[in-house]
Write a protein that binds this ligand. Structure first.
Ligand code: ADP
Ligand code: ASP
Ligand code: MG
Length: 439
């Protein structure tokens, strides 16, 4: 069984949905995971914001605008009266469901139910389209098997058991469609895997079924050496190891959800990145492979907070770092980068939920300085311990940019630097020139 995930732009219009047929209809058994049509989840976020603020007129305006878009797409997608009517009813149901929220209190749980509508719509629309053109498929409700636990981690045992029993209901069927992104939480409520989470759905399903391959189909021909949203010239990378891909995804390469590689890596399932607009392009294969030595790509992660902790007590003292780490552990806040000197330690976090509390506790043992609006630039590749010149190359490329922290040697795949977010574009361009010879 293969798992094929199609992102927002790949289902972004009637035409794109029709174009999926030649990619999914053949004799290979598969589960097709769909995102919401592009722009939909953003609109649902806006609708939720308006609902929280009880801005009824604005809510209705946003809902009407989104509904209009769907009415237009279904009029282009289906030909027969029967399916135009069925899809029309589908749209009516989902949008009336959204409108019903304007009458009540709006809570975080209801927001999650609102955010789930995009994937429920796109999968039902594709399922109807396949029926209209006489292709048999089964719509598997993700809410019946996709679940996260109390720590918001996928509950793989539950998912395995429940997905298997869903599939067993349809012996002989080979084409299944399901929703990306949405799931239930430990309390059985509707929840999600965070923005961009459809990739994660695909790799969790891949892992749960020990699939032969997970394919992530999107609007670009694989992982590129740099972020095409910020630099002009980039090239696709044909092969990445799991570790390299995981670092890139975690440190901001938007093409992959930050944690999408891990489930596949755990069960050694290859992940292939492909372009729906250019299916013949090779794309990127991510697998348990030893890739060639050298720097392969850079990525940038925004929203980083740097914390500098300075204490005379640290001088020659042991146990100081433990005291610092314990504070972060108490607030379940992961640390991304860390550097130390004899009297100070600098570290970064991206989850600022408990920043105030962490600061207060740190101030009991040290002087604390906090810098917000920082960006981690992560340079990824295969950089053996005994190879010379890589650190030099990265810093030389960034010679005109103030570097706040450097992390080198933590793994053979990653050299990270911390800079002010205002300098991100400049830094990515400088690295494109210095590391990849693009002007
Ligand atoms: P989808 O909606 O299919 O999930 P996304 O927008 O989430 O697609 O991801 C694809 C986008 O990721 C590309 O259009 C590209 O702009 C962006 N991107 C950022 N960094 C990279 C990179 N290193 N390689 C390829 N794409 C990247
Ligand atoms: N539709 C969701 C989002 O826009 C999930 C995804 O596209 O992966 O974040
Ligand atoms: Mg995405």
């Amino acid at each position: 069984m293969k798992i094929l995930k199609f992102g927002g732009t790949s289902v972004g219009s009637a035409e794109r949905i029709q174009a999926l047929v030649k990619l999914v209809v053949n004799n290979e058994p598969k589960i097709v995971v769909l995102s919401a049509m592009s722009g939909t989840t953003n609109s649902l976020v806006e609708i939720s914001e308006a609902l929280y603020k009880k801005e009824t007129a604005k809510t209705n305006e946003l809902i009407n605008k989104l509904e209009e878009k769907y009415r237009k797409e279904i009029s282009l997608l289906y030909k027969s009266e029967e399916f135009l009517r069925k899809a029309g009813d589908l749209i009516t149901n989902h949008f009336n469901y959204l409108r019903a929220f304007t009458l009540d209190m709006f809570t975080a749980n209801e927001e999650k139910a609102v955010l789930a509508q995009g994937e429920l719509l796109s999968t039902a629309m594709f399922h109807f389209y396949l029926s209209e053109i006489n292709v048999k498929s089964v719509l598997l409700p993700a809410l019946n098997f996709m679940r996260i636990d109390e720590n918001e981690e996928p509950d793989l045992k539950y998912i395995e058991t429940n997905l298997q029993s869903e599939l067993k209901k349809y012996p002989g069927e080979i084409l299944f469609i399901t929703q990306g992104y949405i799931c239930r939480n430990a309390f059985g409520e509707i929840d999600n895997l965070k923005r961009g989470g459809s990739d994660y759905t695909a790799s969790i399903i891949g892992a749960a079924l020990y699939s032969e391959e997970v394919q992530i189909w999107t609007d670009i021909d694989g992982m590129h050496n740099n972020d095409p949203r910020f630099v002009n010239k980039t090239h696709p990378i044909n092969e990445l190891s799991f570790d390299e891909a995981a670092e890139l995804a975690y440190f901001g390469a938007k093409i992959l959800h930050p944690t999408c590689i891990l489930p596949a890596q755990k069960r050694n399932i290859p992940v292939r990145l492909k372009n729906t607009m250019q299916p013949e392009a090779e794309g990127t294969l991510i697998a348990n492979i030893q890739t060639k030595e050298g720097i392969k790509a850079v990525a940038a992660k925004d929203g980083i907070v740097a914390i500098n902790i300075k204490s005379d007590r640290m001088l020659l003292a042991h146990g100081f770092l433990r005291a610092v780490f314990e504070i972060f552990e108490r607030y379940k806040t992961p640390i991304d980068m860390i550097t130390t000197s004899e009297v100070a330690v600098s570290l970064t976090i991206d989850n600022t939920k408990y920043l105030k509390e962490i600061r207060k506790e740190l101030e009991e043992i040290a002087n604390v300085e906090i810098d917000e609006n920082q960006t981690i630039i992560c340079v990824v590749g295969s950089v053996p311990k005994d190879a010379a010149g890589y650190g030099y190359k990265v810093l030389a490329a960034l010679k005109d940019i103030p570097v706040r922290m450097v992390s080198y040697g933590g793994s053979a795949n990653n050299i990270s630097v911390l800079i002010d977010s205002k300098l991100k574009k400049e830094a990515l361009q400088a690295l494109n020139k210095g590391l990849f010879n693009y002007n």
